[in-house]
Design a protein around this ligand. Structure first.
Ligand code: FES
Ligand code: FES
Length: 153
């Protein structure tokens, strides 16, 4: 039995310890906002936060998560700057990639609270949105940074 801390709640799962976190979240815990696409750590769509750091959940065995806090998009508060900006800027098209990209943004803004266009492009270069939402998400990231700064970080 493996114990995980997901969005502030302790969960126990009976799985092979080598199972990628992605499948434990989706298949064992029913958190289907975490999406499978490439399965080889290339697209960024399965991203979750582990202790606040963006991690590709398809590439980390569940045994390596340990007692760390895992955050999925459901773990963001209703007034989280990234959530507010995403809605305001109407970023998603099909929506499939968005939870992972939003979580990558949370990690990025925690390290780069006032990013330049170039820094945003660099940070989002390796997350793949097939619907071409990148221009909108760039605007949303700038807005999230502004909201965050007004909220005092
Ligand atoms: S599904 Fe994990 S990086 Fe693509
Ligand atoms: S919004 Fe459709 S893949 Fe990104």
């Amino acid at each position: 039995m493996i114990t995980l801390q997901i969005n502030g709640i302790k969960k126990q799962v009976d799985v092979d310890s080598e199972t990628p976190l992605l499948w434990v979240l989706r298949d064992n815990l029913g958190i289907t906002s975490v999406k499978y696409t490439c399965g080889i750590a290339e697209c960024g769509i399965c991203t979750v936060l582990i202790d606040g750091e963006a991690v590709r959940s398809c590439a980390i065995p569940v045994k390596d998560v340990g007692a760390s806090e895992v955050t999925t998009v459901e773990g963001l508060t209703e007034n989280h700057p990234v959530k507010v900006a995403w809605i305001e800027k109407q970023v998603p098209q099909c929506g499939y990639c968005q939870p992972g990209i939003m979580l990558q943004t949370v990690d990025f803004l925690s390290r780069q609270p006032d990013p330049t266009d170039e820094q945003i492009d660099d940070a989002m270069d390796d997350v793949i949105c097939r619907c071409g939402s990148h221009p909108r998400l760039k605007n949303a990231i700038k807005m999230a940074a502004e909201i965050s700064s007004k909220q005092g970080g």
